[in-house]
Design a binder for this molecule. Structure first.
Ligand code: CTP
Length: 453
């Protein structure tokens, strides 16, 4: 194991003052009870990576309590969370598992902002040695860290005295941070938790790191051994795994780096976790990029969930019979599942019907049956002539207005009522088909078709 002690000022300088204060208070509470408190996981990684003098905005913090020797202390994490909750009124406390972990949450707190702190109790058996022995103290935090995904996420920084600021680096995380490597702690990591394949890709692309070659071979081995079947529920359903895969997919597909991440996932054949037949070939890659341009154009305000729409394009590339099931397994939203289930029918309908239609008004009527996401999903998959018609509908035809509106009709002496809609619809059809193009021709048109009695 490597221990190095960092000046605690390095931590203080990179945290916001309220968070630093909170960690100080947490440490005092732990010390009072004879425990050690560690900052672990992503926060340590991000603090070590941050430029000097630069503050790191942390909204998600993992703490581990360790170093106790009374079995009553098994709920130490929860006890510490409760103590903090008393000091900081207003935080919400959640307890997970039996006495194991507690989460303290603040939402838009005037002092702390939005903050989520997980406090775990180092999970280990109790040793018959005095807790003052550093080797023994370290062993339970070591076990806690050993359960984690990558070396760069398995560093712990001691927040309590004595040896405050000590960095516990059992697996070479510091070196990997410096040499920019994503490395697992043991060969079975991806077999135990296949969602870590997606995490490896996420960290590699986000941090600009390399997946270390041995780790990459573990990923390839896990995929080749059919690990994805666990996710797809073939070896007994594993819904928790699907939920985690979904949240990793969401993380990746909503990040600015989603394109290189998707390519890296494909390169590792990890898209098989979504469906064994899913491959990012040239055609799909083209569709994905075209779809994204459509999303930017037609939904600049992001009223749709873009990450989920990106996932839908991937799923829509599968044979129709798989789409609904995959969307269901991944617990996508109900409208997304329905869209993917009905996509084939919609595509067939549009393809068949369009070829027989000549009038713009008929095309508009056909397209109006479908919403924007369905139309752009179909547009990227279908043949060029159909794509062009969908495109023209979405960019022009859908916005064509009649030269006369409801108020104009009233002014002409028509009474609002059922006939109104019929007149407006007929006017729209005539406008789309080029029979009228200004107020005069429109007035003449309705005088002919809907004479006032
Ligand atoms: N972890 C893991 N295996 C997983 C998920 C999480 O070992 N499948 C561990 C990692 O050590 C990670 C910690 O749990 O550091 C917290 O998880 P999470 O908050 O998802 O990751 P962060 O590293 O904090 O990443 P981010 O900065 O993206 O939130």
């Amino acid at each position: 194991p490597a221990y190095c002690t960092l000046p605690i000022s390095r931590l203080r300088d990179r945290l916001t003052p309220p968070l630093w204060k909170l960690l100080q208070k947490a440490s005092r509470q732990a010390e009072k009870r004879g425990w050690h408190l560690y900052l672990v996981g992503g926060a340590v990684r991000d603090l070590l990576l941050a430029d000097r003098q630069k503050q790191v905005l942390l909204e998600d913090i993992d703490l581990v309590v360790d170093g106790f020797h009374k079995s009553a202390d098994v709920g130490a994490g929860v006890e510490l969370a409760k103590a903090l909750q008393t000091i900081y009124a207003g935080g919400r406390l959640e307890v997970h598992g039996q006495f194991q972990t507690a989460a303290l949450l603040w939402h838009k707190n005037p002092d702390l902002g939005s903050l989520w702190i997980d406090i775990a109790t180092a999970r280990t058996e109790f040793y018959p040695y005095p807790a003052a022995n550093p080797e023994v103290e370290a062993s339970s935090i070591r076990q806690d860290l050993y359960r984690r995904d990558f070396t760069i996420n398995a560093l712990a920084m001691r927040l309590t005295n004595p040896r405050v600021g000590e960095l516990l680096d059992f697996f070479g995380g510091l070196l990997d941070l410096q040499s920019q490597q994503i490395r697992v702690l043991h060969a079975n990591s991806f077999i135990e938790d296949p969602t870590r394949i997606y995490r490896a890709v996420r960290f590699a692309v986000r941090l600009g790191f390399e997946i270390e070659p041995q780790t990459e071979s573990y990923i390839r081995y896990a995929i080749a051994s059919g690990i994805y079947e666990q996710i797809q529920g073939k070896n007994g359903r594993a819904p928790a795994l699907e939920t985690r895969l979904k949240s990793e997919l969401k993380y990746i597909l909503q990040a600015p780096y989603w394109k290189p991440a998707l390519q890296l996932l494909a390169n590792l054949e990890a898209l098989r976790c979504i469906h064994p037949s899913l491959e990012l070939d040239e055609n799909l890659w083209w569709q994905v990029r075209l779809f994204d341009r459509c999303l930017q154009k037609f939904d600049p305000q992001k009223t749709l969930e873009h990450w989920q729409m990106r996932l839908e394009v991937l799923i829509a590339y599968l044979a129709p019979e798989f789409r609904g099931k995959v969307a269901n397994n991944l617990q996508l939203s109900a409208d997304s599942i329905e869209r993917l289930q009905n996509l084939d029918k919609a595509e067939t309908n549009i393809t068949k019907t369009l070829s027989a239609l000549e009038l713009k008004s008929e095309i508009v009527q056909l397209m109006r049956q479908y919403n924007l996401p369905t139309l752009i999903l179909i547009a990227v998959k279908t043949s060029r002539p159909i794509r062009q018609k969908i495109w023209r509908y979405l960019t022009e035809w859908n916005y064509i207005k009649t030269p006369l509106n409801g108020n104009d009709l009233k002014a002409l002496g028509y009474k609002p009522g059922k006939q109104f809609k019929e007149i407006l619809d007929t006017l729209l059809t005539a406008t789309l088909d080029g029979k009228i193009d200004n107020r005069e021709s429109a007035e003449a048109f309705i005088a002919e078709h809907f004479p006032l009695t």
